[in-house]
Write a protein that binds this ligand. Structure first.
Ligand code: NAD
Length: 500
């Protein structure tokens, strides 16, 4: 377990070992107390080289291990995670600050990724094309890609690593995880449990660090594939550097998710869903609704409902306090950055109708929910990802207007409509400029079996994370054409078969 003075260890070849650069560290904070609870080493390219060698050495044997045996490790892993469920959730709350209920929901989503990985034996098969030409049979099958890397963000310390390594490993690859330096503790616990589940040494490795370590992973000759989740700026960078060094890359970036409320929507249900989407996890979800688009006459009553509802949320520290309904953001700097948008909003002509700065924070990084009305698409508040508990409200005249607002948005992760009209929902689903759509659903985040299909600046690459696309990302296809000539020599024919 982490001590607040000792740098956290890496995991290489089945051993927890110190980084070659653990003099320099990043503090891991408890957002509820403002206290340091661990130190992440800055790491070095030498650490990366060591981890890549370990993963390369383990690869041939693991890739040749039958897929059902690889999946069996995931079945055991699932059991261990289930046993540790509550402890995993509490650790997550401690290093991230989300509420206990949110932490449990995150662990549940992560666990479902492991359940999905258990089904890889049924998904990894290829296709057969008997007699595709005269006397010729065709077939495809899937092979592991090699050493895979996962680079993860701070906002889902447990679930996002689980988006990656269970599928990658069960497909026969070896893996190196580089968790966010802000929240490494959940990732470390997940790796400890994986070793306990019986995974051979070297198949799973973990390194720590920031840019220098990421660069070493992206440019290492023996890395085959990189999965990244984080902000758009870094996602684009990872995609460009990784792919120019010959790696297969999937890089999920930031977001600005729109929630459209039609005049015929069920107002009470919509307000509840909007508040949960905008303020759940203190707004630090890539699928958080950050812009409500109020269509027509619904605007004023929506604002009234939102202010009432958001104002009644129990905002409190979360570590050891299961009654909190909304917790702190990740750091003091981040809280100040999110709060600064309230001043920017005022100077750009929007109207702050609920100001989250009134919440008493003490030493924690608490910031209450904020609602800003009369936001327009030329304002920084609409253009930039805020990633905190702040909901902007844009007024629109019609569904077409709301769809046009979405079209102007450079991101394209998720969007939802609240309506009772099947026609409006259908128009929205077909034409809104985002890859994940909800109909009367506040957070249309797909579960393990579905792909996480961000568009535009919210995703760089081709094959998305999760679902069968995940299996395809972590495997490469081989096609075989086979032709057998009729033998002149019949001596090979088994007499038993011949007589049947
Ligand atoms: P981030 O981009 O700052 O960090 C993500 C990872 O990149 C971390 O592991 C970090 O160490 C590394 N990194 C940071 N700076 C780097 C640099 N200059 N060069 C190389 N690597 C670097 O993101 P974050 O603040 O940890 O997470 C929040 C962001 O992630 C938000 O933008 C959110 O929308 C996004 N996110 C997206 C999804 C999605 O599926 N699209 C899911 C979760 C989070």
């Amino acid at each position: 377990m982490a001590s607040q003075n000792t740098a956290l260890n890496m995991f290489i070849r089945g051993q927890w070992t110190p980084s070659s650069n653990c003099e320099q560290t990043t503090a891991v904070m408890n957002p509820s107390t403002g206290q340091i609870i661990g130190r992440t080493p800055v790491g070095s390219p030498q650490d990366v080289d060591d981890a890549v060698h370990a993963a390369s050495e383990a690869l041939p044997t693991w890739a040749e291990t039958p897929v059902v045996e690889r999946a069996r490790v995931m079945f055991a892993y699932r059991q261990l995670m289930e046993k540790e469920f509550d402890a995993l959730a509490r650790l997550l709350t401690r290093e991230h600050g989300k509420t206990h209920a949110e932490a449990r929901a995150e662990v549940q989503r992560g666990l479902e990724m492991v359940e999905f990985a258990c089904s890889v034996p049924a998904l990894i098969g290829g296709q057969t094309f008997p007699q595709i030409a005269r006397g010729v049979d065709g077939e495809t099958n899937r092979h592991p890609v090699g050493v895979c890397v996962g680079i993860t963000p701070y906002n889902f310390p447990n679930m996002v690593p689980l988006w990656m390594f269970p599928i990658a490993i069960t497909c026969g690859n070896t893996f190196i995880l580089k968790p966010s330096e802000k929240v490494p503790l959940s990732a470390i616990r997940l790796v400890e449990l994986l070793a306990e589940a019986g995974l051979p040494d070297g198949v799973m490795n973990l390194v720590h660090g920031g840019k220098e370590v990421v660069d070493a992973l992206l440019t290492h000759d023996d890395v085959a594939a990189v999965s990244f989740v984080g902000s758009t700026k870094i996602a684009k960078y990872v995609y460009e550097v990784g792919s120019s060094h010959g790696k297969r890359v999937q890089a999920a970036g930031g977001a600005k998710n729109h929630l459209i409320i039609m005049p015929d929507a069920d107002l009470d249900q919509s307000v509840k869903a909007l508040a949960a989407s905008a303020f759940g996890c203190a707004g630090q979800r890539c699928m958080a609704g950050s812009v409500a688009v109020a269509v027509g006459r619904v605007g004023d009553s929506l604002i009234e409902g939102l202010v009432d509802h958001a104002g009644s949320i129990n905002v409190d520290v979360t570590d050891g306090n299961d009654a909190a309904e909304m917790g702190p953001v990740i750091s003091r700097e981040h809280r100040d950055r999110v709060a600064s948008y309230l001043d920017i909003a005022k100077t750009s002509g929007a109207s702050v109708v609920l100001d989250g700065r009134s919440v008493e924070a003490g030493d924690s990084f608490l910031l209450g929910p904020s609602v800003v009305d009369q936001v327009t698409i030329d304002m920084p508040l609409w253009k930039e990802e805020v990633f905190g508990p702040l909901l902007s409200v844009v007024r629109a005249d019609s569904l077409e207007h709301a769809i046009a607002v979405g079209k102007a948005c450079p991101y394209g992760n998720g969007a939802s409509i609240f309506t009772q009209s099947g026609h409006a929902a259908r128009e929205f689903k077909r034409h809104f400029n985002a890859g994940m759509i909800g109909v009367n659903v506040g957070v249309p985040a797909p579960m393990a079996w579905l792909p996480f299909t961000g568009w535009n600046q919210s995703f760089f690459g081709d094959l998305h994370i999760q679902g069968t696309e995940g299996v395809h990302f972590y495997t490469r296809q081989k096609m075989t054409l086979t032709r057998w000539f009729e033998s002149k020599d019949e001596s090979h024919v088994d007499p038993v078969w011949n007589s049947v």
